[in-house]
Design a protein around this ligand. Structure first.
Ligand code: CO
Length: 504
């Protein structure tokens, strides 16, 4: 069989895997949006069946044979060609998926599905001791998973690679440590600032039907195409790109806070614009038509949420429109007051409620602890103590109980160690990409004032979306911005913005 024939068969098999995955994605979306409670048992069987089928198809030894025939052939001569990229990335996943012993996968699924329930109960009572044995089990199994994958350097690298392929813990830790130093200082100065915006402006009555109207208007204006997408309501907002021509997002509404649905929607629209901009039709089911990593995905959502949605220029255009829709609540509110209110910063316990500035401190703390858990330097029993002392150092406040501390997130109970850093990577990449975009498009901010977002979207399409998985995240960052990932663009952006708002 020639390498070309092998590649053709590989494409055909990948298509099949992708079709199973996208059916699974539709069921998962439907489960969270419209499924009645009674459907839970059947749905879990349907999903389990599809997951098993997908694994079987993807780890078929034939895939390994086909990869071997194509590797080292003319197809891979140019490492940046479509074929070479697809072969490289399929190989990467195939090796990982075939390295895990079946017993370990099953043990992990069993343990994490029970641990999640135990975690929820422990959090309710703020009782870390009840959760501790489960955390110990999860950490032990993940250490075994890292050993099965194999790794260079430390075991955390193997877990991180599931979410951020090719990233190394050392590189990330270095950038994060620099960010932490400057961010702790910035947040402390904001806390002491003499000037404080009036946050109550966004905490007035905001009728949900009117919010829906406004959100849809904003989503459409920044490029969300309702002909190939939907916006629905769920408790935990998310984005799901099923495939070419169908991308779903969700949001949630709070009648007493304008920010929740508004910035939540802009965030998910950012994810969706990436999904819609990937060349999924041309590269059906292949890595060249897929997102680079969770960090790069998050950079797209954060950019539309923060660099665009929380900019003054955006509201030059949209505040007058918002005032027409929310007449009573925004009557007499100036652009400056509104801009201050949506950029209010205050240290708080809960990550998912955190503002743009303190958010990353929540992530840095989790990254440091989970890295130490996996290496064995930190015992699960010592997590609350370590959490609380770091929290005091970074945020300047004492944690009052574990529900507001180390028990707040679901991630560790479901085995997602290595996932948290992708949130801060997203913020870092977002600022670095956006800084470059403002250099490439000199009147970009002026375009925002005029309600024009096409310039930025076209720039993202060309530089990031259409590239699929051609480059790994760090390489993409260098290609696009000319520099490796750095904490500076994000710090510069925040120092300038909060310096003005808080007069520091
Ligand atoms: Co996101």
């Amino acid at each position: 069989m020639s390498p070309q024939e092998a590649y053709k068969e590989l494409e055909k098999r990948q298509r099949e895997v992708f079709l199973i995955q996208s059916c699974h994605a539709v069921l998962a979306w439907e489960e969270r949006t419209y499924m009645p409670r009674g459907g839970a048992e059947l749905r879990s069987e349907q999903r389990g069946y599809l997951a098993g089928l997908e694994h079987e198809k993807f780890t078929d030894p034939r895939i390994g044979e086909l990869l071997s025939i194509t590797e080292g052939s003319k197809l891979t001569q140019d490492p940046e060609s479509v074929e070479a990229v697809n072969i490289r990335e399929i190989r990467h996943r195939y090796d990982k998926d075939t390295k895990l012993p079946r017993e370990l996968v099953e043990e992990l699924t069993r343990t994490t599905s029970r641990a999640e329930g135990e975690w929820a109960a422990a959090r309710q009572k703020s009782d870390f001791k009840a959760f501790q044995p489960w955390l110990e089990k999860v950490v032990r199994l993940l250490q075994q998973k890292a050993e099965a994958y194999g790794y260079e350097g430390e075991p955390y690298n193997a877990l991180l690679d599931d979410y951020e392929p090719g990233a190394t813990t050392d590189d990330i830790a270095d950038v994060f440590a620099k960010l932490r130093g400057e961010l702790v200082d910035l947040v402390a100065r904001i806390k002491e600032a003499p000037k404080k915006p009036d946050v109550s402006i966004v905490e007035r009555e905001y009728d949900i039907e009117r919010q829906k109207l406004f959100n849809e208007m904003v989503a459409g204006a920044i490029g969300f195409d309702f002909g190939i997408g939907r916006l629905d309501i769920t408790t935990h907002p998310f984005t799901s790109g099923f495939g070419p021509g169908d991308t779903r997002i969700t949001t949630r509404y709070n009648p007493k806070h304008l920010n929740d649905a508004l910035f939540g929607t802009m965030h998910e629209v950012g994810h969706a614009l990436y999904e819609m901009g990937l060349e999924k039709k041309e590269h059906f089911g292949m890595p060249m038509g897929e997102a680079v990593s969770l960090g790069i995905h998050e950079s797209q959502s954060r950019m539309w949420e923060n660099q665009v949605g929380r900019s003054r220029e955006f509201w030059v255009y949209f505040l007058p429109q918002a005032k027409r829709i929310f007449r009573e609540s925004l009557d007499g509110v100036s652009l400056d007051d509104f801009y201050g209110a949506i950029n209010y910063v205050t240290p708080s316990y809960i990550r998912v409620e955190a503002d743009e500035a303190t958010y990353n401190l929540h992530i840095l703390l989790r990254f440091e602890l989970e890295r130490a858990l996996i290496s064995g330097d930190l015992k699960p029993a010592d997590v609350p103590g370590e959490w609380n002392s770091r929290f005091k150092k970074y945020f300047g406040i004492e944690v009052d109980n574990d529900a507001n501390g180390c028990l707040q997130d679901v991630h560790w109970s479901i085995g997602y160690l290595g996932y948290f850093p992708t949130y801060t990577l997203g913020n870092l990449y977002s600022a670095q990409f956006f800084t470059k975009a403002t250099r490439d498009i000199p009147n970009l901010m002026r375009q925002f004032e005029e309600g024009n977002y096409r310039g930025l979207l076209d720039w993202l399409r060309k530089n990031i979306h259409s590239q699929g998985q051609r480059y790994r995240a760090n390489k993409l960052c260098e290609k696009v911005t000319g520099e490796p990932l750095s904490h500076k663009p994000l710090m510069d952006y925040m120092s300038e913005k909060y310096g003005e708002i808080y007069g520091i």
